[in-house]
Write a new protein. Structure first.
Length: 212
């Protein structure tokens, strides 16, 4: 794999929508007392209100809950792994609150690949021939929806800056349409390794294969 097309994992996240979440219950004490989060984790930031609650930890794990959406994000990488703590955390949450009217699941990851001129690279990579040389096309944010069987893989590309330099980022989302109950959500989360292989293969095609 050519180094200039190598992609790095930035974070993974799990999103669970519901007819109604209760943000006011989410706080560090709740997560520890229910055995969802280890008690030795250090809290970096916390906010608990009826409309939205946030708990961030110094290890890069973050919880956000509003009335329709639970998001658990884990900073990780740069390589893809076999296991992610964020998936275990959401499974533990679902075990403790199985009767919430859950709806849709998103299994997500953000990846990046270094590019000296990411805006131009995106145009040259994904624009059709008659647009690639048009000086009026100064940027683009291509998005793809791929059939992954009982899920849809959405991949959106954009330009960004990183500590290592300018890069192209890909927001990858495995969308599982519901409604799904707690058991269905856990079963779908358990298939992440299969979904991850699908995402990696799709990124390899979209980012690494040279134009002919």
């Amino acid at each position: 794999m050519a180094d200039r097309y190598r992609f790095r994992l930035c974070n993974v996240s799990v999103v669970v929508t519901a007819e109604f979440h209760n943000p006011s219950i989410l706080n560090p004490d709740f997560l520890v007392s229910r055995g969802i989060v280890p008690e030795d984790w250090t809290v970096a930031e916390t906010l608990t209100t009826p409309p939205v609650s946030v708990v961030r930890y110094t290890n890069g794990m973050a919880w956000t809950v509003d009335q329709s959406r639970l998001t658990v994000t884990e900073n990780c990488g740069p390589a893809f792994g076999d296991h992610y703590d964020s998936h275990d955390l959401v499974n533990a949450y679902l075990n403790k609150l199985p009767h919430v009217p859950y709806r849709v699941l998103g299994l997500n990851c953000r990846v990046s690949t270094l590019q000296s001129d990411p805006r131009r690279w995106l145009v040259e990579r994904f624009a059709v021939d008659w647009l690639r040389d048009d000086p009026q096309v100064s940027g683009m944010r291509p998005a793809f929806a791929l059939d992954a069987g009982d899920a849809v893989c959405n991949i959106t590309f954009d330009e960004a800056a990183s500590d290592a330099g300018p890069c192209v980022v890909a927001e990858c989302n495995m969308h599982h349409q519901g409604p799904l109950n707690a058991d269905g959500l856990r079963a779908a989360i358990g298939r992440w390794q299969e979904r991850q292989r699908f995402i990696v293969a799709a990124l390899a095609k979209l980012l690494e294969t040279q134009r002919t």
